[in-house]
Design a protein around this ligand. Structure first.
Ligand code: 4NP
Length: 170
């Protein structure tokens, strides 16, 4: 099992969408027994809480149910997960510092990276915009960005680790 942890600031908007789209694409491609995602926040403001209602509502439009409850990134996560995937440059800096302070060595580029490194449409700016103070349309934009980035990330992982698909689900 390869484990991917999506991380954003609050763990109620972007990273739960990252987790849910990753797991849905893995299921559709028949690789969900090998690839699995969870999510966490840099801050503990929303620990134990459901995702933002706009996150849940927008995902439901795509027939994806988001049941994740907020949790804070822990030192144990740094060992438990093969990849820690962040949403923006600030998240990257924060997680990099946490990793360095905890383990006294920097994370590899394979361990910690920005999800939009895998976005085929990216031009320059690599951030997934924080939708928390934005309108509902930004949640759809975040969903689309994470969907297409995760399709590319999963293809990369399948190829790199020679993951065999079990029968794809519709
Ligand atoms: P997220 O968005 O990092 O994508 O979950 C935010 C959620 C909550 C807050 C900020 C950003 N907040 O200030 O509570």
């Amino acid at each position: 099992m390869r484990k991917v942890l999506f991380v954003c600031l609050g763990n109620i908007c972007r990273s739960p969408i990252g987790e849910a789209t990753f797991n849905e694409i893995a299921r559709k491609k028949g690789v969900s027994e090998t690839l699995w995602a969870d999510s966490a926040g840099i801050m503990g403001w929303h620990v134990g809480k459901k995702a933002d209602q706009r996150t849940i509502k927008n995902a439901a439009k795509h027939h994806i149910e988001i049941t994740h409850l907020g949790r804070k990134l822990s030192a144990k996560d740094l060992d438990d997960f093969d990849h820690i995937v962040v949403m923006d440059e600030q998240n990257f800096e924060d997680v990099h510092k946490f990793y360095y302070d905890t383990k006294k060595s920097p994370p590899s580029a394979e361990k910690l990276f920005l999800i939009r490194d895998f976005d085929p449409t990216v031009r320059g700016v690599h951030d997934v915009k924080d939708p928390y103070y934005e309108g509902e349309e930004v949640f759809e934009d975040v969903f689309q960005t994470l969907w297409r980035s995760n399709e590319a990330l999963i293809e990369h992982l399948i190829e790199k680790h020679d993951i065999q698909s079990t029968e794809a689900s519709p």
